[in-house]
Ligand binder design. Sequence first.
Ligand SMILES: [Zn+2]
Ligand SMILES: [Zn+2]
Ligand SMILES: [Zn+2]
Ligand SMILES: [Zn+2]
Length: 233
Amino acid sequence: MRTIFGDCAVRFDGKRTRRLRGRLLVVIKPDDTVLVHDVDGYQPVAWLTRPASLALTREPTRVLATEGEQTLSVEFEDATVRTLDATVAGQPVGTCRCGGELVRSNGVVCLDCGEQFPLPGDATVLDSTSACGLPHFRVERGDVFELCLDRDCASLDDAVAERFDDVWDCPDCSGTLGIERRRTLVASCEGASDCDAAFVVPTGTVDGECDCGLPAFETESGRRCLDATCERY
Ligand SMILES: [Zn+2]
Ligand SMILES: [Zn+2]
Ligand SMILES: [Zn+2]
Ligand SMILES: [Zn+2]
Protein backbone atom coordinates (compact mmCIF):
# COMPACT_ATOMS: atom_id res chain seq x y z
CA MET A 1 0.00 0.00 0.00
CA ARG A 2 1.32 3.49 -0.81
CA THR A 3 0.43 6.91 0.56
CA ILE A 4 1.24 10.26 -0.98
CA PHE A 5 0.66 13.49 0.94
CA GLY A 6 1.07 17.09 -0.12
CA ASP A 7 -0.20 20.13 -1.99
CA CYS A 8 -1.85 18.87 -5.12
CA ALA A 9 -4.26 19.47 -7.98
CA VAL A 10 -6.89 16.79 -8.54
CA ARG A 11 -8.71 16.38 -11.81
CA PHE A 12 -11.46 13.81 -12.30
CA ASP A 13 -12.84 13.29 -15.77
CA GLY A 14 -15.97 11.19 -16.02
CA LYS A 15 -19.55 12.14 -16.86
CA ARG A 16 -18.41 15.60 -15.82
CA THR A 17 -15.09 17.09 -14.92
CA ARG A 18 -14.18 18.02 -11.36
CA ARG A 19 -11.15 19.99 -10.27
CA LEU A 20 -9.98 20.19 -6.67
CA ARG A 21 -7.01 21.69 -4.89
CA GLY A 22 -5.78 21.13 -1.37
CA ARG A 23 -3.19 19.55 0.88
CA LEU A 24 -4.48 16.02 0.49
CA LEU A 25 -3.71 12.39 1.21
CA VAL A 26 -3.76 9.87 -1.62
CA VAL A 27 -3.96 6.16 -0.75
CA ILE A 28 -3.11 3.58 -3.42
CA LYS A 29 -4.27 0.06 -2.52
CA PRO A 30 -2.51 -3.09 -3.78
CA ASP A 31 -5.35 -3.57 -6.30
CA ASP A 32 -4.54 -0.05 -7.64
CA THR A 33 -7.68 1.52 -6.15
CA VAL A 34 -6.94 5.24 -5.62
CA LEU A 35 -8.54 7.20 -2.77
CA VAL A 36 -8.07 10.97 -2.31
CA HIS A 37 -8.81 12.23 1.21
CA ASP A 38 -9.07 15.73 2.66
CA VAL A 39 -9.57 16.69 6.33
CA ASP A 40 -13.38 16.41 6.28
CA GLY A 41 -15.60 13.41 6.94
CA TYR A 42 -14.62 9.83 6.24
CA GLN A 43 -15.35 9.63 2.53
CA PRO A 44 -12.72 10.24 -0.12
CA VAL A 45 -13.23 13.49 -2.08
CA ALA A 46 -12.29 11.60 -5.26
CA TRP A 47 -11.55 7.96 -6.05
CA LEU A 48 -11.26 5.35 -8.74
CA THR A 49 -11.87 1.72 -7.86
CA ARG A 50 -9.58 -0.94 -9.39
CA PRO A 51 -8.64 1.14 -12.45
CA ALA A 52 -7.51 -0.66 -15.61
CA SER A 53 -4.28 1.34 -15.57
CA LEU A 54 -2.36 3.20 -12.90
CA ALA A 55 0.82 5.20 -13.30
CA LEU A 56 2.82 6.84 -10.50
CA THR A 57 5.51 9.13 -11.91
CA ARG A 58 8.06 11.31 -10.10
CA GLU A 59 9.32 14.88 -10.62
CA PRO A 60 6.70 16.09 -10.42
CA THR A 61 4.93 13.36 -8.43
CA ARG A 62 1.80 12.45 -10.33
CA VAL A 63 -0.82 9.71 -10.04
CA LEU A 64 -2.78 8.90 -13.16
CA ALA A 65 -5.53 6.24 -13.01
CA THR A 66 -7.77 5.33 -15.92
CA GLU A 67 -10.84 3.14 -16.09
CA GLY A 68 -12.87 3.31 -19.29
CA GLU A 69 -14.09 6.88 -19.74
CA GLN A 70 -12.96 7.86 -16.24
CA THR A 71 -9.60 9.40 -15.45
CA LEU A 72 -8.30 10.52 -12.07
CA SER A 73 -5.16 12.58 -12.05
CA VAL A 74 -3.41 13.99 -8.97
CA GLU A 75 -0.44 16.25 -9.51
CA PHE A 76 1.66 17.16 -6.48
CA GLU A 77 3.81 20.22 -5.94
CA ASP A 78 5.63 18.72 -2.98
CA ALA A 79 4.93 15.14 -2.04
CA THR A 80 5.77 12.77 0.79
CA VAL A 81 5.55 9.28 -0.69
CA ARG A 82 5.56 6.24 1.57
CA THR A 83 5.28 2.53 0.84
CA LEU A 84 3.55 0.78 3.72
CA ASP A 85 3.65 -2.91 4.54
CA ALA A 86 -0.08 -3.07 5.28
CA THR A 87 -2.05 -6.28 5.94
CA VAL A 88 -5.65 -7.46 5.84
CA ALA A 89 -7.85 -6.71 8.86
CA GLY A 90 -9.22 -9.78 10.61
CA GLN A 91 -10.52 -11.07 13.92
CA PRO A 92 -7.55 -12.23 16.07
CA VAL A 93 -7.61 -16.03 16.51
CA GLY A 94 -4.26 -16.96 18.07
CA THR A 95 -0.51 -17.07 17.61
CA CYS A 96 1.49 -18.29 14.60
CA ARG A 97 4.51 -20.59 14.82
CA CYS A 98 6.63 -17.47 14.12
CA GLY A 99 5.16 -15.70 17.17
CA GLY A 100 3.07 -13.35 15.03
CA GLU A 101 -0.63 -12.73 15.38
CA LEU A 102 -3.06 -14.88 13.39
CA VAL A 103 -6.26 -13.30 12.12
CA ARG A 104 -9.35 -14.74 10.45
CA SER A 105 -9.72 -13.33 6.97
CA ASN A 106 -10.85 -15.63 4.18
CA GLY A 107 -9.05 -18.45 6.01
CA VAL A 108 -6.40 -17.63 8.59
CA VAL A 109 -3.36 -15.45 7.86
CA CYS A 110 -0.32 -14.49 9.95
CA LEU A 111 0.19 -10.71 10.19
CA ASP A 112 3.97 -11.16 10.58
CA CYS A 113 5.20 -13.95 8.28
CA GLY A 114 2.22 -13.79 5.92
CA GLU A 115 1.64 -17.56 5.95
CA GLN A 116 -1.93 -18.42 4.96
CA PHE A 117 -4.04 -21.34 6.10
CA PRO A 118 -7.25 -22.11 4.16
CA LEU A 119 -10.17 -22.85 6.45
CA PRO A 120 -13.82 -23.80 5.84
CA GLY A 121 -16.11 -20.84 6.56
CA ASP A 122 -18.03 -22.82 9.20
CA ALA A 123 -14.89 -23.82 11.15
CA THR A 124 -14.04 -22.36 14.58
CA VAL A 125 -10.43 -21.70 15.63
CA LEU A 126 -9.76 -23.09 19.11
CA ASP A 127 -7.48 -22.03 21.99
CA SER A 128 -5.73 -25.43 22.02
CA THR A 129 -2.60 -25.87 19.91
CA SER A 130 -1.13 -28.60 17.75
CA ALA A 131 2.31 -30.09 18.42
CA CYS A 132 3.63 -27.78 15.68
CA GLY A 133 2.49 -24.74 17.68
CA LEU A 134 -0.45 -23.65 15.53
CA PRO A 135 -4.00 -23.50 16.89
CA HIS A 136 -6.49 -26.29 16.24
CA PHE A 137 -9.77 -25.63 14.49
CA ARG A 138 -13.08 -27.40 15.01
CA VAL A 139 -15.49 -28.34 12.26
CA GLU A 140 -18.48 -30.69 11.98
CA ARG A 141 -18.57 -33.08 9.02
CA GLY A 142 -20.72 -35.96 10.23
CA ASP A 143 -18.61 -36.03 13.36
CA VAL A 144 -16.65 -33.37 15.25
CA PHE A 145 -13.11 -32.93 13.94
CA GLU A 146 -10.45 -30.91 15.78
CA LEU A 147 -7.38 -30.52 13.62
CA CYS A 148 -4.28 -28.37 13.16
CA LEU A 149 -4.60 -25.33 10.89
CA ASP A 150 -1.66 -26.64 8.84
CA ARG A 151 -2.82 -29.19 6.28
CA ASP A 152 0.66 -30.71 6.31
CA CYS A 153 0.02 -31.55 9.97
CA ALA A 154 -3.54 -32.84 9.58
CA SER A 155 -5.83 -33.05 6.58
CA LEU A 156 -9.55 -32.58 7.12
CA ASP A 157 -10.27 -34.51 3.92
CA ASP A 158 -8.21 -37.48 5.13
CA ALA A 159 -9.76 -37.37 8.61
CA VAL A 160 -13.34 -37.37 7.26
CA ALA A 161 -12.49 -40.10 4.73
CA GLU A 162 -10.90 -42.24 7.45
CA ARG A 163 -14.03 -41.89 9.57
CA PHE A 164 -16.75 -42.31 6.92
CA ASP A 165 -15.32 -44.07 3.83
CA ASP A 166 -17.57 -47.05 3.00
CA VAL A 167 -19.68 -46.52 6.15
CA TRP A 168 -22.88 -45.58 4.30
CA ASP A 169 -24.63 -47.69 1.64
CA CYS A 170 -25.49 -46.18 -1.72
CA PRO A 171 -29.26 -45.67 -2.04
CA ASP A 172 -29.18 -46.30 -5.81
CA CYS A 173 -27.04 -49.46 -6.17
CA SER A 174 -25.34 -52.09 -4.04
CA GLY A 175 -22.16 -50.01 -3.62
CA THR A 176 -20.99 -47.93 -0.67
CA LEU A 177 -20.23 -44.22 -0.43
CA GLY A 178 -16.67 -42.90 -0.28
CA ILE A 179 -15.55 -39.43 0.79
CA GLU A 180 -13.96 -37.28 -1.89
CA ARG A 181 -13.32 -33.58 -2.40
CA ARG A 182 -15.07 -31.89 -5.27
CA ARG A 183 -15.64 -28.22 -4.49
CA THR A 184 -16.66 -29.38 -1.02
CA LEU A 185 -16.50 -32.77 0.69
CA VAL A 186 -18.87 -35.19 -0.99
CA ALA A 187 -19.98 -38.75 -0.18
CA SER A 188 -20.12 -40.38 -3.59
CA CYS A 189 -20.89 -43.89 -4.79
CA GLU A 190 -17.91 -46.18 -5.26
CA GLY A 191 -20.04 -49.07 -6.58
CA ALA A 192 -21.42 -49.46 -10.11
CA SER A 193 -19.49 -47.37 -12.63
CA ASP A 194 -22.74 -45.92 -14.02
CA CYS A 195 -24.01 -44.85 -10.58
CA ASP A 196 -23.55 -41.13 -10.01
CA ALA A 197 -25.08 -40.87 -6.53
CA ALA A 198 -23.23 -38.10 -4.64
CA PHE A 199 -24.18 -36.01 -1.61
CA VAL A 200 -22.45 -32.97 -0.10
CA VAL A 201 -21.46 -33.82 3.49
CA PRO A 202 -23.40 -31.22 5.53
CA THR A 203 -22.17 -29.19 8.49
CA GLY A 204 -23.43 -31.17 11.46
CA THR A 205 -23.09 -34.53 13.18
CA VAL A 206 -24.65 -37.88 12.27
CA ASP A 207 -27.70 -38.64 14.39
CA GLY A 208 -29.25 -41.98 13.45
CA GLU A 209 -30.76 -42.88 10.12
CA CYS A 210 -33.29 -41.41 7.73
CA ASP A 211 -36.17 -43.72 6.65
CA CYS A 212 -34.44 -43.92 3.25
CA GLY A 213 -31.46 -45.68 4.85
CA LEU A 214 -29.00 -42.81 4.53
CA PRO A 215 -27.62 -41.18 7.69
CA ALA A 216 -29.50 -38.30 9.31
CA PHE A 217 -27.60 -35.19 10.38
CA GLU A 218 -28.18 -32.88 13.32
CA THR A 219 -27.44 -29.43 11.89
CA GLU A 220 -27.86 -25.86 13.12
CA SER A 221 -31.03 -25.56 11.04
CA GLY A 222 -32.49 -28.86 12.26
CA ARG A 223 -32.37 -32.59 11.49
CA ARG A 224 -31.95 -33.57 7.85
CA CYS A 225 -31.03 -36.48 5.58
CA LEU A 226 -27.57 -36.73 3.97
CA ASP A 227 -29.54 -36.38 0.74
CA ALA A 228 -30.76 -32.75 0.84
CA THR A 229 -33.53 -33.64 -1.63
CA CYS A 230 -34.79 -36.69 0.33
CA GLU A 231 -38.58 -36.65 0.58
CA ARG A 232 -38.70 -38.84 3.68
CA TYR A 233 -37.69 -35.72 5.58
ZN1 LIG B 1 3.75 -16.34 11.16
ZN1 LIG C 1 0.26 -28.65 13.44
ZN1 LIG D 1 -24.39 -46.31 -6.27
ZN1 LIG E 1 -33.37 -39.77 3.43
